[in-house]
Design a protein around this ligand. Sequence first.
Ligand SMILES: Cc1cc2nc3c(=O)[nH]c(=O)nc-3n(C[C@H](O)[C@H](O)[C@H](O)COP(=O)(O)OP(=O)(O)OC[C@H]3O[C@@H](n4cnc5c(N)ncnc54)[C@H](O)[C@@H]3O)c2cc1C
Length: 433
Amino acid sequence: MLLFWFRRDLRLHDNAGLYHALETGKQVLPIFIFDTEILDKLSNRRDARVDFIYQSITNLKKQLEKEGSTLLVRYGKPTEVIKELLLEYEVEGIYTNRDYEPYARERDEEVKALLKEPSLDFIRFKDSVIFERSEILSLSGTPYKVYTPYKKTWKKAFKEKMAAPFPSEQHHDKLLSHHKTPLPTLQQMGFEPADIPTPDPNLAEEVLHRYEDTRNLPALDATTRLSPHLRFGTVSVREAVLLALQHSDTWLQELIWREFFMQLLFHFPTSAQESFAPKFRHIAWRNNEENFQRWCEGKTGFPLVDAGMRELNSTGFMHNRVRMVVASFLVKDLLIDWRWGEAYFAEKLLDYEQASNVGNWQWAAGTGADAQPYFRIFNPDNQVKKFDKAHTYIRRWVPEFGTSAYPEPMVVHSMARDRAIAAYKKAIALAAG
Ligand SMILES: Cc1cc2nc3c(=O)[nH]c(=O)nc-3n(C[C@H](O)[C@H](O)[C@H](O)COP(=O)(O)OP(=O)(O)OC[C@H]3O[C@@H](n4cnc5c(N)ncnc54)[C@H](O)[C@@H]3O)c2cc1C
């Protein structure tokens, strides 16, 4: 009997690892582990991501029980849980899908070591991306650090070998027959239902057709909201890419950014902690706590920044254009370390994904592999004129905008801009010795 371990692939259809497990012809018992190593670090006990995972797991379990099988759901440290399962069941091996984040890779190495002694298989598959690890390399065989040539090679490789789906849903007869099993409650794991729902993605044709023209306008509901679903695998990336091919190349390019950042973090795991470009590792950040607090609360006096932060705080989402503006404002105008902003986003975003978050923060900070040049600094007022001219988005999130209750700008942008450029220049000079 094989165990199939669900992690960030919470669906029964087009699931590569599940498909391969079922294809062996052996009986397959699906499991899910609420990982205490991750959950213990979350300070918000109403975390919307935990709630979303919980609901997705409940659905999966119901579907599997309809098929006469079950989903074994445990709460604990994965290696400990797996040890218990090896004692409870006659396990011949564990199948799962790959997760590329540094923590997940370490965890999987521990599991592999644990299974070595009883000589059990631990087989991992590519599922959450079209191309992984070193599948897309430059001509010299090194990982790409710049997006545009990465994208070209990605597209060429995709043309040569389209990503066929894995029809796991057609092999459910191989699921192990099992009585229903208990599901730990959220409360037993120390959590409560969240106030913030995770919306379904909107992949309607008209959204994708209009995407190129409207994707930068935060007042419109013009993007797909697919990100948390790709994060947790409730939608298959292969389905998403097929839709992109049919309807929008611009949208496809966004999906490729996601894979670009994933391979970057895979090849350069320390970029989660330090600036990718060595010359920017010693910027003299101001790191003013009070300034940071005002940014977090959306009280900077810059209406697009404030609208974005308030949207994030109340919904767990922020429009991509506005994410770029708030990130630039924090790092350049307030000279606060990008890692502070990255950590705040990590706590709040429903779609938080380490590779995309770190990659985009470093892009905005100008410290990344393929980043915005350090001296190109968004002017928050111009961004309003370009992308929210009628103040529709701003008024939605900042109702007091335009009244005396709205704060004055907390810095003078032109001064802050010069200050940032000087700080970056100094860091470059320092690095050059
Ligand atoms: C500072 C900052 C931090 C970010 N942090 C995250 C994060 O933690 N998790 C995350 O998924 N995205 C992150 N993004 C990228 C982007 O903002 C979101 O993916 C997007 O807003 C999600 O909305 P959507 O699904 O409607 O996107 P759509 O516009 O419909 O795009 C479709 C999909 O493409 C991918 N995508 C789009 N833009 C990007 C991008 N710039 N980088 C990587 N993938 C992209 C996402 O998977 C997204 O769901 C961040 C961007 C910035 C500027």
